[in-house]
Design a binder for this molecule. Sequence first.
Ligand code: NAP
Length: 350
Amino acid sequence: MSAPVAGAVAVLGGTGCMGRHICAAFAGRGARVVAVSRRRTPVVDAYRFLPMDVVQCTAEELAAVLTAERVDTVVNATLGWGRTEEEMGYTNVRLVERLLDAARSMAHPPRLVHLGTIHEYGPVSHGTLIDEGLPPRPQTLYARAKLTASRMVLDAVRAGLLDGIVLRVTNTIGPYPAPESFFGALAARLRDVAAGEGVELTVADARRDYVDVRDAADAVVRAARSPLADPLVNLGRGEALHIRELVDALVRATGLPPESIRERPGDVAGRSAGADWIRVDNSRAGRLLGWRPRYDVDASMRDLWDTVRPAPPMSSRASSGSPNSATTVLCEVDPARRRRSPGGDGRRRR
Ligand SMILES: NC(=O)c1ccc[n+]([C@@H]2O[C@H](COP(=O)([O-])OP(=O)(O)OC[C@H]3O[C@@H](n4cnc5c(N)ncnc54)[C@H](OP(=O)(O)O)[C@@H]3O)[C@@H](O)[C@H]2O)c1
């Protein structure tokens, strides 16, 4: 556990899959959280919330908001999706331009923790340990846009114009997965399947590094407060697991028999397409942030399943008194995420 956090933290994208855990992690360390996104969802009910399309603000407006809120850390956990370079760049690149311009104009600019992605490195050969020195060669629109934004942040930090850090995060698993993510969608299918029917599934013949989303959020909090020698840190579990192993862990978590999954050959599309091998070198994260992954895959999949599985019957829900019932969670994730607009987020990914 990292040290308590004193000041205010603006989490841009606070309603998102990463953002909700980042808000919770900062709040858990005593920080005042200001969540920002275009649409409010119940995920941010516990925090101050500002409904803003950050791309549509001027740099001056954004600087004025951050100053008025006395924000000393900004986390960029936003994400956009699209089919063209322009759509993909709307949130992924233009929002970062706005943020950097705003920070430059502020008398006391906040520290920026920018979430990049491991996909910025592009496909690597089998066996590669992906460290921060690997030359990025992204192949997809998404990865190229993310690399452009990360480079803008890194250039500003290295030129002494900004206090900030880029975390290149690998794919995540754990509670509240994106419904359209591979494991989020699979968990929903396993929930909805009729008894004894099973699910037919194409499983990529790939080994990838998946980290628990709560571990990633913990690293963000550490990055906000660590005086670092280097502004670029990769984040991952440090293991390349076969997708089939991860599927098996999810099926175990559901309690269904292993034969509930019937494998079907074929290609798999999404954010990670073409990435047949991902294993992250997380030694810099360990050295500079004192970070290490805490959740093993079975724990991540159990907690993922707990947020997707059918709600318990009304009687047991009433007696449990838990504010985090599966019903509450499922209602707020789906509808908001399907109404994606500029930046084209009606996406199929990972
Ligand atoms: N999830 C992962 O497994 C993973 C792995 C590696 C890296 N990352 C990185 O982590 C970041 C977050 O990913 P995510 O999966 O959490 O994304 P997400 O679930 O799609 O959340 C995106 C968030 O950004 C907000 N947003 C989008 N455009 C905005 C705009 N113009 N102004 C204000 N808010 C905006 C969204 O809310 P509104 O749409 O309501 O505005 C939402 O809160 C991304 O940079 C991604 O590359 C994620």
